[in-house]
Design a protein around this ligand. Sequence first.
Ligand code: SF4
Ligand code: SF4
Length: 322
Amino acid sequence: MPGSPFVERPSSVDAFLPIGGLMAFKYFALTGIVDPVHPAGFIMFVAILGVSLVLKKGFCGWLCPIGTLSQYVWMTGEKLFGRNFRIKGYTDISLRSLKYLLLGMFVFLIVIAMPANMMALFFIADYYKAVDVRMMKFFTEMTTLTMWVLIGLGVLSLLYKNFWCRYLCPYGALAGLLSRLSPVKIRRNEEKCVHCHACTTHCPTQIDVEAKTVVKSEECFGCLTCVSRCPAKGALEVRASAGKRTAVLKPWLFPVLLVVLFYVVIGIGIATGNWHSKVPYQDYQSLIPEIQKEYANRKVVLKPERAQRNTQGRKETLRTPN
Ligand code: SF4
Ligand code: SF4
C-alpha cells in the first residue's frame, strides 16, 4: 500500500536503547505515563529489573544477546589458545568497579539531575523519535574510532571470559545489585561436597563456589554451570528461600521460570497497548532521509580531511632526507 513501510519496524529494537529505558522508568515513576515513543524499551527495562529481583542476574546468563555473543567469543578464544586468561586481585576489582561508575553516572544524570518536564520535551524531540535509527547507523556506518573500540573489545572478549559483562556493562551492574535481593541462590552442602573443585574451575565469573555455602555474589548470573558440573548429588542446589522456609528448585526450572517471567511482563506491555511506538510512519518518512543525509555529509567531510592528511604525509615523506 502506498505510504506504508516496506518492512514493519520491530518494537523489540527498543531493547538497544537502555538509557531511554531508564529515563522512561523514571518518567513513569513520577507521572504514571509510559513513554509513547519507545514503550518497548520501558517494558523490557521493567522485565529485566523484575527478573533480576526474582531470579538473580539470570537475564545476563540466559537472555541477553550481548552475553550470549560474549560467551561464544570466549569459547572461541578457549579453542584458539587452549584456555582463557584471568585478571586477578586488585586489577580485577578496580576494573569491575568501572561498570558501577558508568551506572552511577547514568543514575546521576537521569534519575537525579533530569527533571520530568525536561524528559517530556526530550521524548517529543525528533532526535529521540529516531534514536533507534541513529543507533543502527552507529554500527552500520561506524566511525574508525568505533570500529577500533569494537575490535579491542572483541579481542579482550576472546582472551577473558565475559569481558564486557564483567567490567563494563552498566545494565549488568544494575542487575547484579538487584540480584542480591533475589530469594533464589546457589547453595553448597558441605556434608555432600567432595571438594573436587569442579564448580570453582568451571564458573565463568570466577566465583570460588567451593568455598561458599551460599553464592551471593552480584557477579553470579545463574548460568548453573557449577550445578551441572558438580559430580556429588545434592552438594550444589538451586534454592528459593522465603524467611526460614527454603525449597529446592530443579535446575531446568530456573531458565523456564526466567523466560516465563520475562515474557509475562512483555505480554502485559502488549496487552495494555504499551509495546508499539506511537510515532506515525509519516514521521519516520521525513526523519530517516534527514538522518541519511546527515551521515552522507559526514562522509563528505571526512573524505577530504583524510585525503588532505594522506597528501601531507606523502609530501613529508618526500621531504625527509635518507
Ligand atoms: S557457575 Fe554457578 S556461581 Fe558461577 S556464575 Fe554460573 S551459577 Fe553463578
Ligand atoms: S563441584 Fe560439587 S562436589 Fe565439587 S567442589 Fe563444587 S560443590 Fe563440591
